[in-house]
Design a protein around this ligand. Structure first.
Ligand code: SAH
Length: 352
């Protein structure tokens, strides 16, 4: 089997090029074709000799994502199912809004975390995505934004399938390619990584001095409740998470957002709001809480809190000086909303 050329490092490619007597600047040209120009074959690398293109083709392959299906929601959200080189499928979503075009991308095929309210959590984790597969989702959704809305992407969130911090190296490499001028040339400030909370890896993000934003899927600010809905909390308790978030903020000063689904009769009471305020304020960082609407999934029977209760919950947090955004869900009719990504295609809505 040929080697995936985007899986080897620049240094390895340089060594190989040197071995066949090619000059160093050619490596840079090849990488520019692979990432920035995003070509699908060596044939297209017009500034390389035919001989070099043939040698590259004999040794390497360029793995590409295919769009298996594409569905558009009544609210304009577009979900793409991407077929990977090994036929596995992951999903990515384009969420258009007045002032932004956001891509939501995946980090793993399936997920190992079994959060009780998340459809992906009921699938097995099949494998980690490669850095190139993470990059390619961003590129592909950028093209979808341009073709559907004549606008480029403005934001990228790693909130699709999988737990990004359990695929740490590839996720960071993928994001770095999105940021790199040789890739998409993005500002890291427009990228957010969302995690269910792997404390050790949150600290590693700080040590690696990342420049992108962090979101933490909290959903309960009480260990007993959080254990019930997010089993990862048993080994990454709130106290441990708190310490890692404090560390992250002190080192990076990057924005931290908390995500919270208010489930009716479970974590939507006054005492829950007070616990949430206490926990988030104890991080010692500017706090932002996004209250996400619960998107019902087949596998569980949670219910979203009522509109009235949500208002009360929100005002308790606001009285504590916390910025709260209520996030309406998008793309629910095509299973494209948070927590609904589980490779289900509705044939009637499918475009191809
Ligand atoms: N594993 C990462 C990223 C994927 S989930 C994480 O846990 O953060 C992206 C967001 O959607 C998370 O906040 C997650 O908790 C939330 N989510 C999962 N299932 C949901 C559902 N059914 N309704 C609304 N949000 C959900």
């Amino acid at each position: 089997m040929k080697k995936d050329i985007r899986k080897i490092s620049t240094a390895e490619l340089s060594t190989w090029m040197d071995g066949i007597g090619e000059k160093a600047f050619r490596t840079k040209q090849i990488e520019d074709w692979l990432w920035n120009k995003w070509v699908k074959s060596f044939e297209e690398m017009a500034n390389l000799s035919k001989d070099l293109r043939q040698k590259l083709d004999a040794e390497f392959e360029i793995r590409t994502l295919e769009i298996a299906t594409r569905q558009k929601s009544n609210d304009g959200t577009v979900k793409a199912a991407f077929r990977l080189f090994d036929k596995n499928i992951v999903e990515g979503v384009l969420i258009p809004a007045n002032d932004r075009m956001t891509a939501c991308i995946s980090s793993q095929v399936g997920c190992s975390l079994t959060c009780k309210f998340c459809a992906t959590g009921y699938m097995d984790r099949k494998r980690n995505l490669e850095a190139s597969e993470i990059f390619d989702q961003a590129k592909a959704i950028d093209l979808i934004a341009k073709s559907e809305y004549e606008l480029p992407l403005t934001n990228i969130v790693m909130m699709g399938m999988g737990e990004p911090l359990l695929n740490y190296a590839n996720v960071l490499d993928g994001i770095n390619k999105i940021i790199s001028p040789q890739g998409m040339g993005w500002s890291p400030k427009r990228i957010t990584l969302s995690t269910a909370g792997i404390a050790k890896m949150i600290k590693k993000l700080a040590d690696d001095d990342v420049k992108f934003n962090l979101a933490l899927s909290l959903h309960a600010a009480n260990d007993e409740k959080r254990n019930q809905i997010m089993p990862i909390n048993e080994s990454n308790t709130l106290a441990v998470l708190k310490e890692s978030l404090r560390y992250f903020y002190q080192k990076t000063k990057n924005q931290i957002t908390f995500e919270y689904i208010a489930f009716q009769g479970f974590n939507d009471g006054k005492s829950d709001a007070l616990e949430l305020a206490n926990f988030t304020k104890s991080i010692g960082a500017p706090i932002k809480i996004n209250i996400i609407e619960y998107n019902p999934i087949e596998e569980a029977d949670y219910v979203n809190t009522s509109i009235d209760n949500l208002e009360e919950f929100k005002s308790i947090l606001e009285k504590k000086g916390i910025i709260v955004n209520v996030r309406r869900s998008r793309g629910k009719d095509i299973d494209a909303a948070c927590g609904q990504l589980a490779n289900k295609q509705k044939p009637s809505l499918s475009e191809n």
